[in-house]
Ligand binder design. Structure first.
Ligand code: ASP
Length: 333
């Protein structure tokens, strides 16, 4: 049987890093990474390209567009894609690709590692093998494969900074596991017959994490200098009203000026519900704020950049925000 043809896209990260004078630096190309796993030819045929060699701390929305473009330009020629990426912002990039490449019937798989591929103890080789196993399978859409877990691109979050079990799936089950090279599927992600590609993002999106006592001047500044503000508030959500300035009036002024405001929570699991407490209910009732519900902050960020890259009309923004893409929001399904 003809083995599936996979495109491996290198972008940098720990997986490709070597120890320099000032710590780890991404140096290896995807070709060089592939040489560490020669047995991958048992699973699939692989071509490699290198887009950039960055610590993912330096990844910008412009890089997301470049990755999506690289996939689009070669989409017909390959059965699947493996994108090697630093773990620190991989969840943001996986979310962004979920909006830039929608409905893909072919697998687009992100992976990386907590330890460089050249180190004696490393998770790199296993993560790569698992990523190729998924990329050469019938699974569809944007996914993140790490430590045997297969996570939907809109649901991933880095939840451990050092250990191999680095990623979790937030408010959504795992799609599959890879165990000893075998793919065990729990969910078959939905897809379209053909993907829809986008290439415009508006990166003027800001995030404010509330802490007790934070003056609302920070929110006012962020609203003035961006097109959208995500407010990570407490618990199921609300805005503080005493001593710290008037958040309600600040948010209202931003909305009146045509800005988008999304209320979300800094609690990792189960999402927001502004209607529960008086600190949130009046905000939701009286102001046209949007609410993230069960979406991750990574997905909210990328979705707003994608939406605001297509339209500035508040009604259209709200409609697109609540329309599920790649199962990013369950509240409206
Ligand atoms: N700082 C690295 C990066 O995100 C961490 C990693 O890849 O694990 O590029």
């Amino acid at each position: 049987m003809n083995k599936r043809k996979i495109l491996m896209i290198g972008t940098g990260g720990t997986i490709a890093s070597e120890l320099g004078e000032n710590g780890l630096v991404p140096e290896l190309t995807s070709d060089q990474l592939l040489r560490y796993i020669p047995d991958i030819s048992d699973i699939c045929r692989v071509d490699c390209i290198q887009l950039f060699s960055l610590d993912s701390t330096n990844i910008m929305p412009g890089h997301w567009v470049q990755i999506a473009r690289a996939v689009r330009e070669r989409y017909r020629d390959y059965d699947g894609f493996v994108i090697c990426h630093g773990t620190d912002t991989m969840a943001y990039t996986a979310a962004a690709l979920s909006y830039l490449v929608q409905g893909s019937p072919k697998p687009i798989v992100f992976t990386g590692a907590q330890k460089p591929i050249g180190f004696e103890t490393t998770d790199s080789k296993q993560n790569l093998r698992d990523a190729f196993t998924v990329a050469a399978s019938d699974m569809a859409g944007v996914m993140l494969v790490f430590n045997g877990k297969v996570i939907l691109g809109t649901r991933a979050r880095k939840t451990r900074s050092k250990s191999f079990e680095a990623f979790s799936s937030i408010n959504y089950p795992l799609l599959a596991m890879v165990q000893d090279g075998r793919l065990i599927r729990y969910i078959a992600p939905e897809h379209e017959e053909e993907p829809v590609f986008y290439d415009r993002l508006n990166h003027h999106v800001a995030l404010l994490k509330l802490i007790p006592g934070l003056d609302c001047g920070a929110a006012a500044w962020l609203l003035e200098n961006n097109d959208a503000l995500i407010i990570e508030s407490f618990g199921v959500g609300g805005l503080p009203a005493y001593e710290v300035g008037d958040y309600y009036e600040t948010v209202k002024a931003g909305l009146d000026a045509g800005k988008t405001v999304v209320m979300t929570t800094q609690v990792e699991n189960e999402g927001s519900d502004l209607s529960v407490y008086h600190v949130g209910a009046a905000v939701k009732r009286d102001l046209p704020v949007l609410e993230a519900y069960d979406m991750t902050t990574e997905a909210v960020t990328a979705k707003l950049m994608w939406i605001l890259g297509q339209t500035g009309d508040p009604k259209q923004v709200a409609k697109m925000f609540y329309a599920p893409v790649a199962n990013d929001i369950l509240a409206f399904q």
